[in-house]
Design a protein around this ligand. Sequence first.
Ligand code: ZN
Ligand code: ZN
Length: 333
Amino acid sequence: MNRPNATCGNTARARDSLTNAPGPNPPVDDRSKNLGSARLAGTACAGAAVCTDAVPSPLPTVARALHLHVLGSGSRGNCALVEGPQGLIMIDDGFSRREVLARMHELDLNENDVRALVLTHEHSDHVSGVSVWVKRWEGRLFASQGTPDARKYLACLPFETFGPGEEFEVAGVRVQTFPTTHDVVNPVGFRFSCQGDAIGYVTDTGTLPPGAMSLLHDARILAIESNHDVPMLRTGSYPRHLQDRIISELGHLSNEQAAGALRELVTDRTEHVIAMHISQENNRPSLAVRALAAAVNAKLDNELGSTATLERSEGLPALRIRAAGQNRPISIL
Ligand SMILES: [Zn+2]
Ligand SMILES: [Zn+2]
């Protein structure tokens, strides 16, 4: 890990409690009521075992110390936030500052709680908001080696860089990285872990190499790219060379590829699968959800197929599948 020596130190600041603050806008997740006590437990306890002893829960074996907020996902902009006991870790920033703040406000999140920003890669739909964001923010910046240098406006910022496959800790969260395959310099995906809880996050990759599969496996929340439906892409308006690029190993995961991976990645612990980076031109959220649901025998919750659920035997959490949109922020608790 290379660390800058100037302005990029740990700027831990006094922050409002994320998890205790009541808000006028409850998170979108309709299970939020049930999870309130678990969120408090995750903040107050030193470890999952302590938490489960202290707070009676219908799902005593599952730690929920982390939450994922997707502000938007797709080729017009990407930004998500991992919420842990010590604050927020932003993944990518492909929106204007104004848009980020509006969407955070909608989810009752505070910009002062953002402790770090980590990048998956340098494509503009993931980094276009970074240079403005950092003007009024002092958290730590992380990117893989070569990523900041690939964009002029990133190269001058005090990034702490890591090699794909390396890991680091920030805001009390262990961040493991793995190489993805995309047409940029050293693209990565992440596994965030804290107090026995884990979030897997991968977008913008043409394949899922073994290292990715191993770190995405058995996460409680899995955000996985489900970019395109191959027949829609092949019969759509994109020129052939662009179709080929998207389908290539350096492009994006199709619904089919994501579904195939899901069969191996999902375990009894997995509660949420989020279809990410859905193409507006070559896919539909319902197509992605249907493909992912079929892979794990989940049932569609409605005729449209906007969400799906896999009920499990008593004592095990249900698995919910949904799609992250380009315009509507969602919270996964
Ligand atoms: Zn992208
Ligand atoms: Zn990309």
